[in-house]
Design a protein around this ligand. Structure first.
Ligand code: 5RP
Length: 262
């Protein structure tokens, strides 16, 4: 790996703990004004000090994030369909030049394995990696799961491995209760988990704990943080698991204390 690539990755995955808490706030790129992110500027400001990087589109970055921020930016560069259309119908929407202009530490796009346009989205990934390698920019591949897909280790393992084979430097996928370790073991690049739909805080912390125990390097979590009763409490509780190796009970205590305080 070249110096630039290594340097950018070290801004996302802590060299001290080998782990990362990425805050995913890109949901509006196909969902519009998502609950918890209706006014992104206000929702995000208190969370930024606790995230290792922000996974965001260029539109929200330019309009809602202060340019003096120190938080590393991972830029969502794919899109196309809205929630009303065929979700796998994605292309690359943001250029590498734009990513550099925005001082991004990395770029991310979705692949839709098993969906109508799987071949196109996997080719998108290959093309993005070709361009990103030219500039030393890490690529995060997101294994989007269509409604018709089973979120089991077999499917997730297939999607993660394809992403790594195409050259992704990191992969974001969903956690599955059974055999998630097999998904991690089959993927030769670091895996972070998405949180998925909002679930009770303790359950989300348990999911993060399990994923870390199975070998994930962290989370790229959105709704289970910004839709929480206490987003600031939740992101710090997640950090405690990811970076401090705390138990679920300890992390949940941190969440409850911060919820009361705030
Ligand atoms: C949407 C995404 C989101 O970034 C990802 O789903 C993470 O957010 P959440 O924790 O809310 O699932 O890539 O396609």
């Amino acid at each position: 790996m070249d110096w630039g690539m290594k340097n950018r990755l070290s801004k996302v995955i802590s060299p001290k703990t080998g782990k990362t808490v990425m805050l995913a706030v890109d949901h509006g790129y196909f969902q519009g004004p998502t609950t918890g992110l209706k006014t992104p500027k206000e929702s995000l400001a208190p969370l930024l000090p606790f995230a290792d990087s922000l996974f965001v589109t260029r539109g929200i970055l330019r309009n809602c994030i202060d340019a003096s921020t120190n938080i590393p930016i991972f830029l969502r560069v794919s899109g196309g369909p809205s929630v009303l259309g065929e979700l796998s119908n994605e292309d690359i929407t943001t250029s590498m030049k734009e990513a550099l202009r925005l001082n991004a530490v990395g770029v991310g796009l979705s692949i839709f394995v098993g969906a109508k346009n799987e071949d196109r989205t996997i080719s998108n990934l290959g093309r993005l990696v070709n361009e990103a390698e030219e500039y030393g920019i890490p690529v995060l591949a997101i294994t989007a799961v269509g409604k018709e897909m089973e979120r089991d280790a077999r499917y997730l393992g297939l999607a993660c491995r394809i992403a790594a084979e195409m050259g992704a430097h990191m992969v974001k996928t969903y956690y599955c209760k059974e055999d998630f370790k097999k998904v991690v073991d089959g993927c030769p690049v670091p895996i972070v988990i998405a949180g998925g739909k909002k679930i009770p805080e303790r359950d989300a912390l348990q999911m993060a704990r399990n994923a870390i125990d199975d070998g994930a390097v962290g989370v790229d979590m959105g709704r289970n943080i910004f839709q929480s009763e206490s987003p600031v409490g939740m992101i710090q509780a997640v950090r405690a698991i990811v970076h401090e190796n705390k138990s679920v009970d300890e992390a949940f205590k941190i969440f409850n204390e911060l919820k009361t305080k705030n």
